[in-house]
Design a protein around this ligand. Sequence first.
Ligand code: AMP
Ligand code: GLY
Length: 424
Amino acid sequence: MKILVIGNGGREHAIVWRLAQDAARHTLFCAPGNAGTAALATNVPIGAEDLPALVAWAKENRPDLVVVGPEAPLCAGLTDALEAEGLKVFGPCKAAARLEGSKAFSKEIMEAAGVPTARAKVYTNSAAAIEGLKDFSLPVVIKADGLAAGKGVVIAQTRDEAEATVRDMLDGGRFGAAGAEVLIEEFLEGEEASVFALCDGEHVALLPAAQDHKRVNDNDEGPNTGGMGAYTPAPIATPDVMAQVRDRVVLPTLAELRKRGIVYKGVLFCGLMIGPKGVNVLEFNCRFGDPETEVVLPSLLGDFAAILLACAEGRLDPAAVQIRSGATVTVVMAAPGYPASYPKGLPITGIAEAEATGCTVFHAGTARKDGQTVTSGGRVLTVTAHGDDLRAAVDAAYAGVAKIHFDGAHFRRDIAAKAFKHLH
Ligand code: AMP
Ligand code: GLY
């Protein structure tokens, strides 16, 4: 198949890499891609948010399938524009992508479909929202409605902080249009997990649960990041939890959308909180997660392109989705200073040596400069390893990390550590 993958992160490198593992040979393109995708695909120099140029390229080159990585082009209607040209797309249409693009819409669908989720109320007016805060105990969660690059959620510990956050979002324009509506939401305790559901509008195949590590430092300390590492399977997501996700979360959500004339094709990313109140959905995303994709896709057996195309064509056979035994771990190597400001252009050595140990090194923020691979982002590489069990996978991933060098590289040393408490 001729396939265009859209995006330029570790997630997209993992998607391209997994397509390249298929028994069937594909011709792969990645727009805009990175130094990692360049080794497996032809990079097309068009940004992931340049919809007119992407559509023009696809019209001219007629790929058999387009796979959209990030949320912004999905929420902007890239799938709709490509389908209007008769192209096949893995990734939801604009109306379905609102599950990520609007937290108020997402909550409305969950409530209508009976999906377990935190109690929440939506406000557009700060005086009403501050009044509404009285119905919630502390800590309380305040969310900007729209896309805010993962920064639109505040967990307020005090009433003053909650009121200031509400004013900042609704009156201060802190997130622009994305914060013109806010949700006030009950705080849930527990452990988070990410489950990706492959969907064709009606049928569903769940991929094994993964856990991200959002804080920059060991023991979940320090500021939030885009994710410092992940592992799968997550033992907290027991078979019973996974059955609940399919039967009480994903299938009712797809059915509720169909009632409204919306067909959800692509991956539905369920961000879960598993704790004393059972399994609750914290958020839906309309795309694969990063860095979870870098562990989940290496676990998937079979012909990935055929599965994605079946989703796009509304004929997914969940039995075709088979998972490898064992465990997979990825450790993110970040630039000095990340998640605050960081330099770019630092030369990277040791990637081939890490791969020689059996790791797969996905590029998240790299570029080629004068024949050398250099850093070009905050999250630079995700070093991934598979093992017969989690311990073996952790050890193998860190053996790969030890081979790689760039000035000031930092990474967490406790990826997957929290899984072991469920395993003993
Ligand atoms: P979201 O973008 O909605 O997933 O929120 C980002 C992060 O905020 C989540 O990954 C959680 O760590 C935290 N969070 C969001 N909603 C809640 C909630 N209701 N209770 C506790 N933590 C939450
Ligand atoms: N790893 C979380 C996300 O991709 O949103």
